[in-house]
Design a protein around this ligand. Structure first.
Ligand SMILES: [Zn+2]
Length: 481
């Protein structure tokens, strides 16, 4: 395995000498580190080796999940997470560690979440969680008949039949879909818009089957939205087994009545922060690569995969580069974004605060698909930049990175698309992500330390190579991607 002094030498002397040689090439006629593959490969190999032998991502994740297990924006847990991130960046020796302010929504789920099958249902309680942003029910609850549908079209076709009832959206994530995120995307409208559509049909509340393919008794929360001019009715997620029981009861015929009680509440917006720290570039400190995850998490479980894993991988990527003695030409900036789950206020605030420097933002990378074993990256970069990214991916084949696939980066970095900043998303294996997502199951023990480290190593490698290219990675045309 490569020695530290060798890597340091390659970083400075080797890379600089190569930079001069490459300036004779026409701009991006081919990837800018062509010819330098052996040296880059040595650096990448070293990053992977130290990630596996002396990694710190799991230690960091343990710290975050212990100090701030519940950290929904606006909560005391979120404030604790901000302080944890600031202290961790200081401890790791990052440059320019700072808090950047943003204003966030503040919703709390309260103490009561009850869904009980009445009468013929035998008084059985079904496991539910209020959806994020839901209004409460009256204190005594709502008692009504449940009407089951698979989608909004079916609901509309019912006409007046849903009036005065509770709508039960029970369309599972499509198991035939190989990409679990696509299956999620095909079902999540029930969660995000179910309460609005139910209210439009004159219904009193919405019950939504949890967004997971797993059959169990853990409900999965997540964001829901209201619409101006439409009555605000409560929205809850029921566990998948609870959904099966409710559906079976309805299938037996005869009206199925339930009682629903929630005491969640929305408070005034609250002050919060993105947490920022960086490794200042050795030649072009003004040119910035952003890497991040979101610091906020739902108030169940510990947000270990979503998105504690992404946060600590971003921190670990910078730490690995620094510990290897690598000094890339451009600045690599870790941003722990606030409020991805229910507002995107942190991502928007970062973009607004740095709008004038957006033309100096080279790339934005986000890890927000869990801490599972590496599969690749996704990116919206144009062909020339994509060719460079794919060369980096090729160096990472031994750890399971297959390629860079067309796709987005992540929600928090998405505002930067408007300015043409190429987006990259870390792509781990996604088959088990929705077993944990937004539920009590998303805890530290659900994350495997080695898989987490491999992801951090892949991110470190990509960041280092792109930050140290002789020429800047080509940008996207603003507003076209
Ligand atoms: Zn997330």
């Amino acid at each position: 395995m490569s020695s530290l002094p060798l890597i340091a030498a390659l970083s400075r002397g080797g890379a600089l000498a190569l930079g001069c040689a490459l300036t004779t090439l026409p701009a991006f006629s081919r990837p800018q580190f062509a010819g330098d593959v052996a040296e880059r490969a040595a650096a990448v190999e070293h990053l992977v080796d130290s990630a596996l032998t002396s990694g710190q991502a799991y230690r960091m994740l343990t710290g975050l999940c212990t100090r701030a297990p519940h950290r929904l924006a606006g909560s005391t847990g979120a404030a604790a997470a901000v302080e944890w991130a600031r202290q961790e960046m200081e401890r790791l020796g990052f440059d320019k560690v700072r808090l950047e302010p943003c204003t966030v929504p503040h919703w709390e789920r309260g103490e009561v979440a009850e869904l009980t099958l009445l009468a013929d249902g035998g008084g059985r309680a079904l496991p539910i969680l209020a959806l994020g942003g839901s209004v409460a029910t009256p204190a005594k609850g709502i008692e009504a008949e449940v009407i089951e549908v698979r989608d909004f079209e079916e609901l509309r076709a019912l006409g007046e039949a849903a009036r005065g009832r509770i709508v039960f959206f029970n369309r599972p994530m499509d198991p035939a879909e190989l990409d679990a995120f696509r299956a999620y995307g095909g079902a999540v409208d029930q969660r995000s818009r179910g309460a609005v559509e139910a209210a439009k049909a004159g219904a009193l509340a919405a019950i939504v089957r949890s967004m997971t393919m797993r059959l169990d008794d853990f409900p999965h929360t997540g964001a829901m939205h209201y619409e101006e001019g439409v009555e605000q009715v409560p929205g809850v997620a029921v566990s998948t087994l609870g959904a099966e029981r409710l559906s079976e009861q309805i299938a037996r015929g005869g009206p199925v009545r339930v009682r629903l009680r929630l005491d969640c509440k929305t408070y005034p917006d609250a002050p919060s922060f993105n947490v920022v720290g960086e490794l200042v570039g050795s030649e072009h400190p003004e040119q910035v690569l952003v890497v991040g995850g979101h610091l906020d998490a739902w108030d169940v479980g510990q947000g270990a995969h979503d998105d504690g894993a992404g946060c600590v991988q971003a921190l670990e990527a910078l730490r690995l580069i620094r510990a290897a003695g690598l000094k890339p030409r451009r600045t690599i900036r870790a941003v722990m974004f606030m409020n991805e789950e229910n507002g995107l206020r942190g991502g928007s605030a970062y973009y607004a605060a740095h709008l004038e420097q957006m033309d100096q933002h080279v790339l934005a990378l986000e890890s927000d698909r869990g801490g599972f074993t590496p599969r690749g990256f996704t990116s919206d970069a144009g062909p020339e930049a994509m060719a460079v990214l794919r060369e980096v991916a090729a160096l990472l084949k031994p750890i399971g990175i297959a390629d860079v696939f067309p796709g987005g980066g992540g929600v928090d970095i998405s505002p930067m698309r408007a300015s043409g900043v190429p987006q990259v998303g870390y792509l781990p294996d996604g088959q088990r992500y929705f077993d944990f997502h937004h539920s009590e199951r998303d805890v530290l023990e659900a994350v495997h330390p080695r898989e987490l480290q491999l992801g951090a190593a892949a991110m470190a490698a990509l960041l280092y190579v792109v930050a140290d290219l002789p020429e800047t990675l080509p940008r996207n045309v603003p507003g076209t991607r």
